[in-house]
Write a protein that binds this ligand. Structure first.
Ligand code: ADP
Ligand code: MG
Length: 239
């Protein structure tokens, strides 16, 4: 892991989608920094620009204006292939739809990044540690269709954690889960911050999920319209 104070730094970031003759200003002039070990949540209604912002941070789409520094690297100065490899080695990304490979077992899905990127060497114990931490060790030989939604998301989180990323980005990770599984995933992410000092940016439209963070920002029409610090018991919001 990395000792930089701000592993995520965004300056004057804007994204305009041009479709036919209309321009959609999905993200408008956003600047923000995320501290190492901070759990930042981004709230907003559907269409407010949350996914676009998260994808810009992940290097999954190019900004119209502005730049994104991850661990002090300007990711949009990198070529597409170098940026992809940079992401795979530095950032764990979690999505609402778990994006698991249906023909692979839970263990194989978790190991996928090491199969794709030959440069990533994973010790056998690492997989077992992850399976235990995520409480899916007994399910390791199951394929996604025989796992519950909560278990599938934990496999997806295992895959994101395989490379031991200092930064975790999550786009509505609990969007397909019931309230019990949703809370378990939030607790797990909270622990990854508190115990392992990972930096997390999580996007959600649900206040109950956003309140697990240390700081919560709200987007509207692609702009930050509110920012709140959440106190240490993670529940009560300071004014
Ligand atoms: N690929 C795209 N092409 C055109 N418009 C898009 C595209 N993706 C998102 N948008 C538009 O950008 C705005 C923000 O979308 P999005 O970032 O997905 O918001 P959220 O995740 O908060 O629901 C919306 O108006 C959406 O319709
Ligand atoms: Mg979205």
């Amino acid at each position: 892991m990395n000792n930089l104070e701000f592993p995520v730094e965004i300056s004057n970031l804007s994204k305009v989608y041009k479709s036919r003759n209309v321009n959609v200003n999905a993200v408008c002039d956003i600047s923000l920094r995320v501290k190492v070990g901070e759990f930042l949540t981004i709230m907003g209604t559907s269409g407010s620009g949350k996914s676009t912002l998260l994808h810009l941070i992940a290097g999954l789409t190019t900004p119209t204006v502005g730049n994104v520094k991850i661990n002090n690297n300007e990711i949009y100065n990198l070529s597409d292939s170098v940026r992809t490899r940079f992401r795979c080695r530095n950032i764990g990304v979690i999505f609402q739809s778990f994006n698991l490979i249906p023909t692979l077992t839970a263990s194989e899905n978790i190991l996928l990044p090491s199969l794709i990127d030959g440069g990533v060497k994973i010790a056998r114990e690492k997989l077992n540690d992850l399976l235990h931490t995520l409480e899916i060790y007994d399910r390791r030989h199951h394929r996604p269709d025989s796992l519950s939604g909560g278990e599938q998301q934990r496999v997806a989180i295992g895959r994101a954690l395989l490379i031991n990323p200092a930064i975790i980005l999550a786009d509505e990770p609990t969007g397909n889960l019931d309230s019990v599984n949703s809370e378990n995933i939030c607790k797990l992410l909270r622990e990854l911050c508190d115990k392992e000092n990972r930096t997390i940016v999580l996007v959600t439209h649900e206040k109950s999920v956003a309140d697990w963070g240390d700081r919560k920002i709200t987007l509207k029409d692609g702009r930050i319209v509110d920012e709140q610090i959440i106190n240490s018991n993670k529940k009560e919001i300071l004014a």
